[in-house]
Structures are given as C-alpha cells and as structure tokens.
Ligand binder design. Structure first.
Ligand code: CA
Length: 223
C-alpha cells in the first residue's frame, strides 16, 4: 500500500521543515506548500489523504483556503494547525469545514494520534456501503454519480451539491454552510439558487426522496 500523502500548508520554513521531517519518519508522503494558492493548486492534482493547514499564510487567509479545499474534497480530513487559539477562531475554522483544530504549540504525540484517527475515519467513510447513502454513489475522481447503479445526468453545481450532501449524510446542514461550500457564497445571496438546485436534484434522483428539508435550518441527506 502506498504511504498516505499529507499536504502540509505552512509558510514558516522552520516549522514546516521540522514537521515534514517527523512526518516522513512516520512513513507519510509529505507534500509541502507555503502559500494558499499553492495548496489549492496541488490539492486538485495530487489528492492528499489529509491536510495540515496553517491559518496565517502570506497570500490568502487559511480559513478561505480551508473552505475551498472542503469544496474540492468533501471527505478529506483537514486539520487546522495554528497559533490562533480564541474560541471565535476555533468556531470559524470548524464552520469553514475543518475536521479538527489544533493550536500551537502542540504536542507531537497528540498530533500524530489525531492524524491517525482522521485517516482511519476517512477510510471507513470511503468504504461505506452504497446502500447506506440511499443507493447513491458519488465518485469525485470520475465525476459521476449513480443511484441504484443508474448514472445520474447532473450539471456541475448539482453534482457538487449532491457530493457535499452525501459526504455529510445524516447530518443537518445549515443553508449558510451549503452556500459557503458549494457556491463559495458567504452572504446568502445564492439562497434561491440553492432551493432550485435541491428541487432539481430531487427530480433527478427520483423517489424515494433522500433529501429532508429542515425548516428554518437547511437540508439533510438521509441515508
Ligand atoms: Ca504562518
């Protein structure tokens, strides 16, 4: 089995160098990016198994990078690794789609334990039985989706929306979060668009309807 690839997004060369060395020692394949732009560019091409993300980056704020990475890959573990330790920052990070939030200085043993836990969880999620997602299978790499084995003809945003809903099956998803992650819209301007896409998705998926409407909240994909 190939070593899991970890993308380390960190502009501080001394931290990056030290972390890359200990990660490599633990047999991870380390890909280092020092800017947000670099991280986004290589995330699409190199499909890391997990991302360690610093927030204070020279070009883009890490929160933005997190949101975009999450849109590219709904199931990839993203661990924020930062000196920002206020509650507001932690909430912002988790709302941007981070899987975990670790503050500097961190204990190395704990960091590795968290990395292992997230990788384990991601593997289980990937291998989930299609039946548990309402017969819907989303293959991001091939960019195709099927329900009960029948391919769904989806437009770009319909596919993104379905992928996001399925990756979070069973969880209540607030409208704002869906808009931020699928449309990169943080102010709710695309609210109507979301409803239109959901109703289109329902039509394409056919009965029984796997998308529950949560009044005043958002939507939930019911497995
Ligand atoms: Ca930094």
């Amino acid at each position: 089995m190939a070593a899991p690839r970890i993308m380390l997004v960190e502009d501080d060369e001394s931290i990056a160098g030290a972390l890359a060395a200990v990660l490599a020692e633990r047999a991870f394949d380390v890909l280092h990016e020092a800017t947000g732009r670099g991280a986004l560019a290589s995330a699409g091409a190199s499909t890391p198994a997990l991302v360690l993300l610093d927030l204070g980056l020279p070009d883009t704020d890490g929160i933005d990078v997190c949101r975009r990475l999450r849109a590219i890959s709904p199931a990839m573990p993203i661990l924020i690794l930062t000196a920002r330790d206020s509650e507001v920052d932690v909430v912002l990070g988790l709302n941007a789609g981070a899987s975990d939030y670790i503050t500097k200085p961190f204990r190395l043993g704990e960091l590795f334990a968290r990395i292992d836990a997230h990788l384990r969880h991601a593997t289980v999620t990937r291998e989930v039985d299609p039946a548990t997602t309402g017969g819907v299978v989303v293959d991001r790499e091939a960019r195709r989706a099927t329900r009960h084995g029948v391919e769904l003809a989806l437009r770009n945003k319909e596919f993104e929306l379905l992928a996001f809903l399925v990756a979070n099956a069973g969880r209540a998803l607030p409208r704002e979060r869906i808009l931020a992650e699928v449309w990169d819209d943080r102010w709710g301007g695309a609210s109507k668009t979301l409803d239109m896409h959901v109703s289109m998705l329902r039509r394409r998926l056919g009965p029984p309807d796997p998308i529950a409407t949560l009044r005043g909240v958002g939507y939930r994909f019911d497995p």
